[in-house]
Design a protein around this ligand. Structure first.
Ligand code: FAD
Length: 473
């Protein structure tokens, strides 16, 4: 910026085109349509190019944000995506699902007075621009080191770890329990927020880099971690936290009651949304109640609506201000006509007389003194019980660690809830050569934090394997 010619600040983000709510609630097409090149350049021109940028500190994988935004501003989109990929294998994913409002954009200097730069929207733009150009450029790959690393789990954490290790010249094999790689990105987050073709393309890039992806391979059953340690020079565990939690209230075992994981897996991974092409059984239509207030609950509610529900009601025990889901998703859900029953908690699910859910009894909650999480503690209001008609109830009250690996791996230290204990900076576990990160260590968190853990572990694994003799072929 020239010192005597102050830059004129545009106070608000360049709006991103979106599908009309009335139309999009009936289809699985993406909600946000992405910037045109002109819109992207305009948005990028809002960046102040701070001498000491604070936004980068808010990104767990350290994307060089001001540099890539400058490249977009200059219309040099290939340079922009190249800069992003120095740090991030999954820009098209992160640009769509990262909670930027709590990360990079929260720390943007503009955000002190105005709306922050739309960093996520620009990241998505650069990634989508590259996709439209063709296959995408492979990163530089170091000469082969002769070292082999096993990665267990193909969610964002495992994929990032594999990417960084493959770039260093190591031979990487990913083992994935499901029949398709991608973790929550393919079985959890719905098509209208994250098209599956985008995830498949990023995994395709890894394969082109020489990473071997073995699906239908449940580690702890098919092969144990101890066996992997015998065969590979190191092992990274990124198995996520996909075990559904329930509320343990009467009626949870009735027909028509789903965990959010099962509901979303049937629709996303097993493609029920492409009926009749895929005939995956799932209850469609009717009156749907979703319990919970996070991203998983929001995705379940908006998915049920698109499957033809008459009404979709979200039941959440705290207020709108405390809803943990991304603000953008809450806004989209409201626009699409999802009903929010706030400060409300389920008591029991009532039968319709034929073994199926018919309604859900709830109680109003008062928000009292602050609890240990710093949020107001919800307390039932006596005598405030009421029923909501519900043919389908989806429980989205959180997930935990699947205990399989903990139970089948003696030397691995885990917490009481079977999360793996690992050093924050390196992912090192109690077993030599075994590293872990992502939701299986932290509990359910975010895509980018899982990626950050994969990246830190890849660095530590590289140092470890290069300082140890290679295991034989
Ligand atoms: P996962 O993505 O869970 O991947 C773990 C993989 O390991 C899975 O594929 C699993 O099948 C595999 N696995 C498990 N056990 C074994 C085994 N024994 N052997 C082999 N493979 C195994 N975060 C955001 O930042 N933004 C969002 O908008 C957002 N929305 C979400 C919506 C939903 C519906 C859900 C469920 C989560 C959402 N999250 C979101 C959270 C985010 O997706 C997770 O924090 C992230 O995916 C964790 O990554 P991970 O790699 O640790 O685990």
């Amino acid at each position: 910026m020239e010192p005597n010619k102050p830059k004129k600040i545009i106070p608000t983000k360049t709006p991103i085109p979106e599908q009309d709510p009335k139309i999009r609630r009936t289809n699985f097409e993406e909600v946000a349509l992405g910037y045109s090149p002109e819109q992207a350049v305009l948005e990028a021109s809002r960046c102040l190019q701070c001498k000491k940028p604070s936004c980068v500190a808010g990104c767990p994988v350290g994307v060089p944000i001001p540099r890539f935004v400058k490249a977009v501003c200059d219309g040099e989109f290939a340079r922009a995506i190249g800069i992003i990929k120095e740090a991030n294998l999954l820009p098209a994913v992160c640009g769509r699902v990262c909670p930027q409002e709590n990360q990079c954009e929260k720390l943007c200097t503009l955000a002190k007075k105005f709306e922050p730069v739309g960093i996520g929207r620009l990241e998505r733009f650069a990634a989508d621009w590259e996709r439209r150009q063709g296959d995408g450029r492979l990163p530089d790959i170091a000469p082969a080191t002769g070292r082999k690393v096993a990665v267990v789990g193909s969610g964002p954490s495992g994929l990032t770890c594999a990417y960084d290790l493959a770039k260093q010249g190591h031979s990487v094999t990913i083992y994935e329990a499901l029949h398709e790689a991608g973790g929550v990105l393919v079985y959890g987050i719905p098509e209208f927020r994250l098209p599956k073709a985008i995830v498949a393309r990023e995994i395709g890039l890894l394969k082109r880099m020489g990473v071997n992806v073995v699906t239908n391979a449940v580690i702890g059953k098919l092969i144990t971690v101890d066996e992997l340690v015998q065969e590979f020079d190191a092992c990274y565990i990124g198995t996520g936290a996909g075990l559904p939690r329930f509320m343990h209230i009467p009626g949870e075992n009735l027909n028509g009651v789903y965990s959010a994981n099962e509901f979303l897996t049937r629709i996303n991974l097993m493609r029920a949304y492409r009926f009749p092409e895929y005939d995956t059984p799932v209850k469609r239509g009717g009156r749907v109640v979703v319990v919970g207030g996070g991203n998983v609950a929001m995705d379940s509610a908006r998915t049920a609506l698109r499957l033809g529900a008459e009404t979709v009601t979200m039941v959440y025990r705290r207020s709108l201000a405390e809803l943990p889901a991304r603000k953008e998703e809450v806004h989209h859900a409201q626009e699409e006509g999802i009903v929010f029953e706030l400060c409300t908690n389920p008591v029991r699910i009532l039968e319709d007389g034929d073994g199926h859910a018919g309604s859900i009894e709830c109680v109003r909650m008062d928000l009292c003194e602050l609890d240990e999480s710093g949020r107001k503690r919800p307390k039932p209001v006596p005598g405030s019980e009421f029923a909501i008609p519900a043919d389908v109830v989806i429980i989205a009250v959180g997930t935990g660690a699947n205990p399989l690996i903990a139970q089948s791996t003696k030397g691995l230290s885990v917490t009481g809830h079977k999360y793996i204990i690992a050093e924050e900076e390196t992912g090192k576990t109690s077993m030599p050569g075994v590293y872990a990160g992502g939701d299986i260590v932290t509990g359910a968190a975010t895509v980018i934090s899982a990626m950050g853990a994969g990246r830190k572990a890849a660095k530590a694994i590289h140092e470890h394997v290069m300082n140890s003799p290679a295991k034989g072929e």
